[in-house]
Design a protein around this ligand. Sequence first.
Ligand code: HEC
Length: 143
Amino acid sequence: MNKLNVIFLIVAIFVISCGESKKKTSKKEVVSTKILMNDMEKGAQLYRSKCMNCHMTKGGGIEKVFPPLANSDYLKKNTEDAMKMVKFGSNKPIKVNGIKYNGLMPASGLTDKELVVVFNYILNSWGNDYGQVSLEQVEAVKR
Ligand code: HEC
């Protein structure tokens, strides 16, 4: 092999491997957004059937009776505690966006997997951008 051939070979390998890795990452991105979209859809369904009666269509709640989830400082700052409230129910007095609530939220009756899905939905809906929770986190929430 002469020098030119060797250089050509190196360039060819470089180009091929770059192309490959690009293909791989874009494929991965597509898959993960798809899962997210699916989960958001599932979360919306769970929300409609299990939460919307009290927290209302757009997570706005009813002032002084049912706290809002949309733009809720409580949900943002106390995500773990909020998970506990939804998992096991709650009747302790809390303050959301400066307003007191002391109602009763019954335990959701959802499985831990469903809780992850509905939680990621409320954390990322109606303008909320409060991150995500994992199954491990939800499983770790104890009374
Ligand atoms: C029967 C009405 C009712 C239902 C159904 C209900 N909640 Fe609640 N929720 C409440 C009340 C009342 C509180 C305040 C509880 C307290 O004062 O301890 C609350 C509090 C919360 C909080 C913490 C406070 C806040 O606004 O950030 C979150 C988060 C929450 N609920 C999410 C949910 C989710 C998710 C579901 C569905 C799986 C759900 N709730 C179903 C009535 C309800």
